[in-house]
Design a protein around this ligand. Structure first.
Ligand code: 13P
Length: 288
């Protein structure tokens, strides 16, 4: 099945009280592991691409070519959206041109007026082309690809202003952080999430920083309107851990263990296991 936008999968998720995972990709192994797991579990999925990962993978057109090729060659029939993560205004336009089916414009670091103005223009473009658009209010904490945020709690009234522009899904800061959570993390602000959902109604809400959030908090967030959860660091940690074990066990020195198809296999399997665990927790299995 060709790429789809994220609207239908997220509308269904919000109505059915589960969440679709956005798993960020970094290379061919990552992409293949996520797509195969989604297909095996009959789950919709969103492939996330940060601007930094976009550069690393030789640009958006390369990524579109790789993903479209895999959808066909691997016979992927579950709904898959290819989504720009934390896009700049120019990055969003570049991905739209390259053939992404969904983009995020992260205007959370602008004053709300400018965030509204730029988001509004992108709503028009995405609607014309049938793409989904994620916007953000209140920056997410931590650091991702050089984008640093302090972990704010979004203003529910500002969330409503942005939601009313006609976006597909809204990311709002609720004390969540990219990367590993510090020991003294205060947890998600469910009061903020509740207030945002009350103001924004049916709008699917997005929880960034999915790595390391305890299962009970994930479930509560879904019950309060979160329909898309982003995971990046956890797959990276799982991949690195499995690869380190392989090398430390000296397996790359045995026979043809140095062949990248062997060397990268444990990391590939570790990504698959992580994605499976998240899809089980998010409740998206058999929701394709
Ligand atoms: P983590 O790296 O913390 O999982 O966050 C991913 C994310 O929110 C991508 O936008």
């Amino acid at each position: 099945m060709p790429l789809v936008n994220a609207k239908e999968m997220l509308t269904k998720a919000k109505a059915g009280q589960y969440a679709v995972g956005q798993f960020n990709i970094n290379n061919l192994e990552w992409t293949k592991a996520i797509l195969l797991t989604a297909q095996e579990l009959n789950s919709p999925v969103i492939l996330g691409v940060s601007e930094g990962a976009g550069k690393y993978m030789c640009g958006y057109k390369t990524i579109v070519g790789m993903v479209n090729g895999m959808l066909e060659e691997l016979n992927i029939t579950v709904p898959v959206a290819l989504h720009l993560d934390h896009g700049s205004y120019d990055g969003a336009k570049a991905c739209i041109e390259a053939g992404f089916s969904s983009v995020m414009f992260d205007g959370s670091h602008y004053a709300i007026e400018e965030n509204i103005e730029k988001t509004k223009e992108l709503v028009g473009i995405c609607n014309d082309l049938g793409l989904s658009l994620e916007a953000e209010v209140g920056s997410i904490g931590g650091e991702e690809d050089g984008v640093v945020g302090a972990g704010e709690c979004a203003d529910p009234d500002e969330c409503k202003m942005i939601a009313d522009l006609g976006i597909t899904m809204l990311a709002a800061g609720i004390g969540n952080i990219h990367g590993k959570y510090p020991e003294n993390w205060a947890g998600l602000s469910f009061d903020t999430l509740d207030a945002i959902q009350q103001k924004t109604g049916d709008m699917p809400l997005v929880l960034h920083g999915g790595t390391g959030i305890p299962a009970d908090m994930i479930k509560k967030a879904i019950s309060l309107g979160v329909s898309k959860i982003n995971v990046n660091t956890e797959c990276q940690l799982a991949f690195a851990d499995a690869t380190r074990k392989y090398v430390e066990a000296g397996k790359d020195l045995e026979g043809k263990g140095f062949d990248p198809r062997k060397l990268l296999a444990p990391g590939f399997e570790a990504i698959k296991a992580t994605v499976k665990e998240k899809m089980e927790l998010f409740g998206s299995i058999d929701k394709a």
